[in-house]
Design a binder for this molecule. Sequence first.
Ligand SMILES: CC(C)[C@H](C(=O)O)[C@@H](O)C(=O)O
Ligand code: SF4
Length: 458
Amino acid sequence: MGRTLLDKIWDAHTVRVEDGGRCVLYIDRQYIHEVTSPVAFAGIERRGFGVARPAQITATADHNIPTVDQHLPIGEPESRRQVETLAENCARHGIEHFGVGHPKQGIVHIIGPELGFTQPGMTIVCGDSHTSTHGALGAVAFGVGTSEVEMVFASQCILQTKPRTMRITVDGALRPGVEAKDVILYIISKLTASGGTGHFIEFAGSTIRSLSMEGRMTVCNMSIECGARGGMIAPDEKTFEYLRGRERTPQGAAYDEAVARWRELYSDPDAVFDREYRFDAADIAPMITYGTNPGMGMAVDGTIPADADPKALEYMGFRPGERMLGKAVDYVFVGSCTNGRIEDLRRFARLVEGRRKADNITAWIVPGSKGVEAAARAEGLDRILAAAGFELRQPGCSACLAMNADKIPAGKYSVSTSNRNFEGRQGPGARTMLSGVAVAAAAAVTGVISDPREVFDM
Ligand SMILES: CC(C)[C@H](C(=O)O)[C@@H](O)C(=O)O
Ligand code: SF4
C-alpha cells in the first residue's frame, strides 16, 4: 500500500518503536523561545545533562518583547527576566540565539523558513503550538510541551505516538478578494475547533498549490486551530525556489542534491488517509470570526448563525442573526506568525495606499521578523503606510497574545490577522475578530467591519 507524506518522513525518523506503539522520533531541528524553554533548561541542568546537539537548536526572543523602542531595556520586569534568561541559557549551552535587535530576530515561526533552517523532509519541534507553520515546506513540524523540549535538549529525540492522517483537498480558483487566511478560516469553520483532533493534516489540491509559500504558511499555521497535531503541504517547485539561496539551506551542488531528495516527498497516489475532506474554492468568501474560538467564522457579508454559542456571543456583545458588516472596530492588528510575513505587509500597504486610516482606529502593523521589517523598509512600504496614517512597528508576537505591552483594552473590538480569538487572548476583556489582511485593511480605513471587495473594488 502507498504511504502518505507523513508516513515517509515519520518512518525515516523513527529510531525505535516502544511497547505500546510510541515512537522514539529523531528531531532534526528544535526552535526555542523565552516562554517555554527556561523550565526545560533548568530540568537538564538539575539532572546533570548537557544539550546533546546545540547546533540543531535555534533560539529567538518573540513573545515578551515590545514592538517599539526595542533599543531600550524591556520595561516590564517579568518579561525582561524571561528574555535575559533565554540569552543566558543559550550562551551557557552554545545555542545560536537571536535576541532583541539582532538582524535575524523575529517570531520563531517566521524566521525558521525565512532563514532556510526549515527544510522539506525534516522533523521539527518547538515548545509552541504554531510550530505547524513549518509544515508548509513539507516538514513534519509540531508543538511540544516543556518536558518534551527538555527531552530534545537531552537526546535530540522525543517519544511520540504517531498521529492519524487526514487530507484536506481544496480545488479551484479563489474568488477576488479571497486570500490564504480566508481558506483556513473557512476550513476551520467547517471542521469546528475540535474537528481535527488526533490527526495530522496534509493540505492538497489546486487551490493549495496556487498559494505562495507565505500563503501556505498561513494555512499550516492555523491547522492546529481545528485541534490537529499539525499541518503540511508536499513540497514542489515553489518550495524549492523559495529555499534556493537562503542563508541556512544547502548551497550549490548540495542544494541540487537536496532538491533531488525533496522531490520524493509526496503522498503516493494509492496512499490511504484515515479521514478525507474536500472543499471548493468558489465557496470561500473573505472571512471574519464572530465568536471566541477560531471555528466560529463566517463570510464577512453573512449573518451570525442563529445557533451560535450564547456564551461566546455574550462575551463579544453580539446577537444571533446580526450582520457583521458595519460593526464597531477600535483596533486593527496586522502581524503574528499567521500574517506577519512580507507578502502580508505588501498586501496591506497596497490596499491602504492613497487612503487614510479611520480616526477611531488604533492600528498596529507589526512585521514578523527583522528580515520582514528590513524588506518592508527597502520596498518603501513604511512610507506608503505612513502616508496613510499607519506606523510600521518592530518585530515580535505583539498583540497576538497579551504577554507584552501591546494589549487591547477590556471591551474594545479588535480586527486581528492573528490566529486565536479566545476570551482575553489580546488582553483581559478584549474582543477579537480574526480575519485576513484585506478585511483588516477594510476595517482600518472605514473604521467598521466592511467588505474589502466593496471598499477596494476587488
Ligand atoms: C506561549 C506559547 C506556549 C503559546 C503557544 O504554544 O502557542 C503561544 O505562542 C500562543 O500562540 O498561544
Ligand atoms: S505570534 Fe501569536 S501564535 Fe505566533 S508564536 Fe507568537 S503568540 Fe504564538
